[in-house]
Write a protein that binds this ligand. Sequence first.
Ligand SMILES: Nc1ncnc2c1ncn2[C@@H]1O[C@H](COP(=O)(O)OP(=O)(O)OP(=O)(O)O)[C@@H](O)[C@H]1O
Length: 259
Amino acid sequence: MSGAGVPKIRLRGLAKSFGPKVVLDGVDLDIRAGHSMVILGGSGSGKSVTIKCILGLITPDAGTIEIDGRDVAKLSRREREAVNDRIGMLFQNGALFDSLPVWENVCFKLLAQRRITRRAARDKAAEVLAQVGLAASVSDLYPSELSGGMQKRVGLARAIAAEPDIIFFDEPTTGLDPIMGAVIDGLIVDCVKRLGATAVSITHDMASARRIGDDAAMIHRGKIVWTGAAATLGETGNAMVDQFARGEREGPIQMELRK
Ligand SMILES: Nc1ncnc2c1ncn2[C@@H]1O[C@H](COP(=O)(O)OP(=O)(O)OP(=O)(O)O)[C@@H](O)[C@H]1O
């Protein structure tokens, strides 16, 4: 458990370059426990690289990542694995395994870690599918037999099945029609609340950002240039953030691109 005031995730001076290309240039960010943070930024601004650093998939060149107040670089491999076991992830394209039926996809992590029998996994899958509004009969279908919205729901069910306390959402509404996007956002909010989890989302969809976020942060040129309430997006008073949130061609970001 986090103590009062200790962020669930704290990034300080996070830096990462690929060859000569500086992607993260000193990212400082606090993500509050039990809250939902939305990370905004242009294409290629380093949102995914930031999340991959937190997940331990990319090693930063400099800076620290603390989860529950502990510097993850100082954890043993076993401790790091234990941290990752408490993290769920909804990938942009669902990333479901085509060769496995829905129920095995949903309980993949629990089965792989032998935390559940195959029989119990079927029951667990039905229970979690119900939480994302899918009937138990979907359990035996394969991902190719599902619509995009259903695949997203199954991906969400998989992300929450192991009852994580941190969940990452990578562009959860991309590729969905606006109504299905709103439905998925509602499910995300419900599931995160039910688990009492900390959520971190990447999205380019401002309506979605306002719906799922408590807090928002904008990354630009490898740094966090603004943090504030997600509800204020578009009217933050920060010209860069408001331009981005409103999708306006003219503004400080455009001026920089012209240089
Ligand atoms: N493994 C890698 N090797 C080399 N360059 C990389 C690698 N991963 C990311 N990059 C580069 O880092 C930059 C930031 O990538 P990242 O995927 O974090 O962007 P993003 O903000 O998530 O963008 P988008 O919104 O388009 O998904 C890009 O220029 C990308 O090409």
